[in-house]
Design a protein around this ligand. Structure first.
Ligand code: BDR
Ligand code: CA
Length: 323
């Protein structure tokens, strides 16, 4: 087991993605965390584009020592719903002009790398999924002992007590692969869900984002190039002068859980074909009639609120903004 002072070892499973890029840079800038690997998945863009972006982000951050493993090209039980290019640009990075990556992925698939690293270090690895949960579900299915060997899973996704953002019912990462999500929320390890319940409460304002633009650093320069696209989407879709830092919320929680409020319930995901597909349902009270479809499911820590000022300051500080 890692000692209390040792950095927490994380594998970030990601579909970069503008807010994914922020979260990855935030994690890399945090000495409390040891980013063991990035694994990629479809979501904000096709998997191959997300993989190129993961490689690029590590090149920009001068952390090409961190391996990148490519993951699933589509969900477990349906076709890829298509990219969120209207949020993240066709290249997933706000349509900023980017050179091709100069580094390459490792031979392992995402699921293979997750299994290999977790089984080699029982109780040490925390998975941080920031996209659809396909790779995590595949790894759990391929290695039944995986969950027991993880330190835990801290994921961005879902909506327990509020509406969705990809449909009225569902959040984007979960609707991206509801079958996979239902498998992951059944895993017997500590799971923290940073879903829209909390991420939509955390706004980094336009004025605060402008401060990133004044930081003289390669990572901040990249964020300055990609953030305008994301800001424009937020303004046009919800009139927000600023952004929700969805994916970074996982990193903030890992660094400072004291800034968050939470509740604990078992979760099932709607995998039907109706209007609720992809909705994450907490069981907040026992079933009165019929079978308990949540029976045997572990309690999930669902983040419900945050000290917004503290969380935003934490992230901005790590990104080099002097407040
Ligand atoms: C999630 O969906 C993606 O667009 C973001 O990167 C984030 O992971 C928010 O619903
Ligand atoms: Ca994401």
């Amino acid at each position: 087991m890692a000692s209390a002072a040792a950095p927490r070892r994380i594998i970030i499973d990601t579909d970069p993605g503008i807010d994914d890029a922020m979260a990855i840079f935030f994690a890399l800038a945090s000495p409390e965390l040891d980013v063991v690997a990035l694994t990629t998945v479809f979501g904000n863009a096709r998997t191959s584009i997300c993989t190129d972006n993961a490689l690029r982000l590590l090149e920009i951050a001068e952390r090409t020592d961190i391996p990148v493993a490519e993951g699933a090209h589509g969900p477990l039980a349906m076709s890829f719903r298509g990219p969120a290019d209207f949020v993240h640009g066709a290249n997933g990075q706000g349509d900023a002009p980017l050179a091709p990556p100069t580094t390459s992925v490792v031979n392992d698939t995402a699921a293979e790398l997750i299994i290999e690293r977790a089984m080699a270090a029982p109780g040490e690895i925390t998975l941080v999924p920031l996209g659809p949960l396909t790779n995590i579900a595949r790894a759990l299915q391929a290695e039944p002992r995986l969950a027991a060997n993880l330190a835990g899973i801290v994921l961005m996704g879902g909506n327990a007590f509020c509406g969705g953002n990809a449909s009225p019912a569902a959040e984007a990462n979960i609707i991206g692969d509801p079958e996979a999500a239902d498998i992951v929320f059944g895993a017997e390890c500590p799971i923290v869900m940073a879903g829209l319940d909390v991420t939509e409460r955390i706004v980094m304002t336009g004025a605060q984002l402008d401060l990133i633009g004044s930081v003289d650093d390669v990572r901040a320069r990249h964020l300055r190039a990609i953030l305008p696209y994301y800001r424009r989407f937020a303004l046009e879709s919800s009139g927000l002068d600023g952004i929700h830092v969805h994916d970074s919320t996982t990193i903030s929680y890992l660094l400072a859980p004291q800034h968050f409020a939470s509740v604990r319930y078992p979760i099932r995901v709607d995998t039907g074909d109706g209007v609720g597909r992809g909705k994450t349902w907490p069981r907040t009270r026992p079933a009165q009639h019929g079978p308990d479809l949540w029976a045997g499911r572990p309690l999930v820590t669902i983040l419900t609120d945050a000290d917004v000022d503290a969380v935003v300051r934490l992230e901005l500080g790590r990104l080099g903004v002097e407040l």
